[in-house]
Design a protein around this ligand. Structure first.
Ligand code: FES
Length: 140
């Protein structure tokens, strides 16, 4: 399997790893088939994501995509973060092998789930759809 340099970089040196205490939004998602789990923490001020951290127990592509996703949404508004699709993450990583595309869906799902958690906390209706990472892949 061929990974881009960007993927290898974010896998071996992931950005924004960790947790945020008293995060404003937390999203935990998983893919039942491969068993990978991703947890995303957001610190929000006004409508800006001022900080963002993640913990991923999963494959290299899941770690690289969550790392890239945090880089892409940090400092952005919630509205901008909700526009982050897995495709954007994959492009920023200069591609992923087809069998690994679901790992990037997990990153998109984690960000949106964390925003949904924040909306629920502040009593705002969740008015967007969270695409689920598909189970139909062969794992590893
Ligand atoms: Fe399932 Fe990467 S998240 S193999």
């Amino acid at each position: 399997m061929q990974y881009s340099e960007k993927v290898m970089d974010h896998f071996t040196n992931p950005r924004n790893v960790g947790e945020i205490e008293n995060a404003d939004g937390v999203g935990m998602v998983g893919n039942a088939k491969c068993g990978d789990i991703m947890k995303m923490y957001l610190k929000i001020e006004g409508d800006v994501i001022v900080d963002c951290k993640f913990k991923t127990f999963g494959c290299g592509a899941a770690i690289a995509t969550s790392s890239m996703a945090t880089e892409l949404i940090k400092g952005k508004t919630i509205e901008e973060a909700l526009k982050l699709t897995n495709q954007v993450v994959v492009e920023a990583l200069e591609g992923l092998p087809p069998v690994k595309v679901h790992c990037s869906v997990l990153a998109e799902e984690a960000v949106k789930t964390a925003v949904a958690d924040y909306y629920t906390k502040i009593g705002k209706p969740v008015d967007f759809v969270i695409e689920k990472s598909h189970d139909d892949h062969d794992g590893k």
